[in-house]
Design a protein around this ligand. Structure first.
Ligand SMILES: [Zn+2]
Length: 251
């Protein structure tokens, strides 16, 4: 038991980072992945991604699809060998199983459908991977860019655009503001200026959409960041310069 405990974090992180890495690679290889997004998430995902501010965020939804898909790929290999990752994952999350359960694909599907511990472990894993990725600003930008491109290509975004040409701005719920304020430690994400003393945590002005609504960035907590006023203005100016409506002159 002592030995097991000694490696608890190591084992647990192995699972979390294995998936976080896989998701990171998928999102950063968005070009090839866009074509497959509906295979993993199912049809009509653009509408799903456009729902404003769900606690089960777009990233949760995405992770749910990807993590289960990756686990299934492991299960498909059961007929040939014991997939190292699947076994390690179940051991780490204390899922009780017999050799019979992992002897072939069919046996495993029966087992996993009945094992509450297995199902709960997958949910726990998804939640833990979410927390790793929610803290990675660069990942969130790539992820929300992927979602925005997907919404744009689907054509659904076009129909829901306001006259000013962007997705409707909706009120940011308190829970979302708190989550972002805590994650960004009350500091402007760009210049690190502390906003805690001057800005009310619930002041909507300082919550910036990482991928702007005008580019089909979603109303999702994973697409928000804290920005001070000067950085927000700088960002707006930068976006205006590169806006496709006003292309920069190439000299
Ligand atoms: Zn700033």
């Amino acid at each position: 038991m002592a030995d097991k405990r000694k490696f608890y974090y190591e084992a647990r992180s192995f699972s979390i980072y294995y998936f976080a890495n896989a998701v990171f690679n998928i999102v950063n290889d968005a070009g090839t992945y866009l074509r497959g997004i509906e295979d993993i998430l199912g049809d009509m995902q653009a509408l799903m991604l456009m729902r404003p501010f769900h606690r089960h965020t777009n990233l949760h939804h995405f992770l749910d699809g990807v993590v289960r898909e990756l686990l299934e790929e492991e299960v498909e290999r059961l007929d040939e060998e014991q997939p190292r990752f699947l076994v390690k994952f179940m051991q780490t999350y204390t899922v009780t199983y017999s050799q019979e359960d992992i002897s072939n694909e069919e046996a495993f599907f029966d087992f996993s459908a009945q094992s509450e511990r297995y199902q709960a472990s997958v949910d726990e894993l998804i939640d833990e991977v979410f927390h790793v990725l929610f803290n990675d600003a660069r990942f969130l930008e790539s992820f929300n860019d992927l979602c925005a491109t997907y919404i744009d290509l689907s054509g659904f975004g076009e129909r829901l655009k306001t006259r000013s040409g962007q997705l409707k701005r909706v009120a940011i719920p308190k829970w979302a503001k708190r989550a972002v304020f805590h994650r960004d430690k009350g500091e402007c994400r760009e210049c690190k200026r502390s906003l805690a003393a001057t800005v009310n945590q619930l002041d909507t002005e300082r919550y910036d959409h990482i991928i702007p609504l005008a580019k089909f960035g979603a109303n999702d907590v994973t697409n928000l960041q804290l920005l001070c006023e000067p950085c927000n203005l700088k960002k707006a100016a930068r976006l205006q310069r590169v806006s496709p409506l006003h292309p920069k002159a190439i000299l």
